[in-house]
Ligand binder design. Structure first.
Ligand SMILES: Nc1ncnc2c1ncn2[C@@H]1O[C@H](COP(=O)(O)OP(=O)(O)OP(=O)(O)O)[C@@H](O)[C@H]1O
Length: 256
């Protein structure tokens, strides 16, 4: 069995004739914890949405666990868990009902479903809030529930799209620690964000994306070496990022 979990070959997505993801090629190996960093509008969410089968590329191919998303999508997607940027939970369902709803979509039933729901709630520290309606949760609890909903079917690849937006430092720290814990237990992780310190803390391998393309990939040290010849440099990831992507503001409006 190959240890390549994800391979994208030249995927392109165009909106209004503009390539927002432009011939993007990526490879991810089992056990990696991979950070995708990019300014607003770089194409990170569109890339994740294509990998999760929610958006169809105009060109190129995506393989998950060696299965082509075009021809074996259902099997390929059954091994991934996607935590979208926008909360996907149902406010009028209890915590356990939310997790059960998402987990049952994978054909899990009966006692196995019950156990899977409890395991997922426990992982995100919400077991004792299992009977509380999601609408009564704080922002951080909703984010944790959003994660639990993607864990029930025990995915081998977890994809996080900016999972810590708008939450307090304690919840943020908890989520980052849990992502590292899942990775230590063998789960491969993709983490997209524009919070440098989070990517730095969590990810071993980092890709920097700008204007639909990956412009650099490597460990933090390798990325530093790309922007300075000084081996003793102490550049922060933010300084490296700004050197590679420039300081121009990235204002954009959807679809224009
Ligand atoms: N459905 C759509 N229709 C038209 N344009 C879109 C659509 N979805 C995304 N875009 C455009 O594609 C570009 C990339 O958007 P995307 O959300 O992938 O970027 P991002 O890197 O995730 O940004 P952010 O960090 O702000 O979430 C943006 O210019 C956006 O306006």
């Amino acid at each position: 069995m190959s240890d390549i979990v994800l391979r994208t070959d030249g995927i392109t997505k165009k909106y209004n004739n503009r390539a927002v993801v432009d011939y993007l090629t990526l490879e991810l190996r089992r056990g990696e914890i991979f950070g995708l960093l990019g300014p607003n509008g770089a194409g990170k969410s569109t890339t994740m949405n294509m990998i999760c089968g929610l958006v169809k590329p105009n060109a190129g191919s995506i393989h998950l666990f060696e299965r082509d998303l075009k021809t074996e999508g259902k099997k390929a997607l059954s091994k991934i868990g996607y935590i979208p940027q926008e909360l996907a939970i149902h406010e009028n369902l209890k915590a356990w009902e939310n997790v059960e709803l998402f987990t049952s979509l994978y054909g899990i039933k009966g006692a196995q479903l019950k156990n899977a729901v409890e395991d997922a709630l426990e992982f995100v520290g919400l077991s004792d809030k299992r009977n509380v309606f999601a609408k009564n949760f704080s922002g951080g609890m909703k984010r944790r529930l959003n994660i639990a909903c993607a864990l029930g079917h025990k995915p081998e690849l977890l994809i996080f799209d900016e999972p810590t937006v708008g939450i307090d430092p304690q919840s943020r720290n908890f989520i980052l620690e849990k992502i590292k814990e899942a990775n230590r237990a063998g789960t491969t992780v993709i983490y997209t964000s524009h919070y440098m310190e989070e990517v730095e803390a969590v990810c071993k391998k980092i890709a920097i994306m700008d204007s639909g393309k990956i412009i650099a990939t490597g460990t933090k040290e390798e990325l530093r070496q790309l922007v300075t010849a000084d081996a003793n440099n102490e550049l922060t990831l933010e300084e490296v990022f700004l050197t590679l992507t420039g300081k121009k503001l990235r204002d954009y409006t959807e679809g224009v």
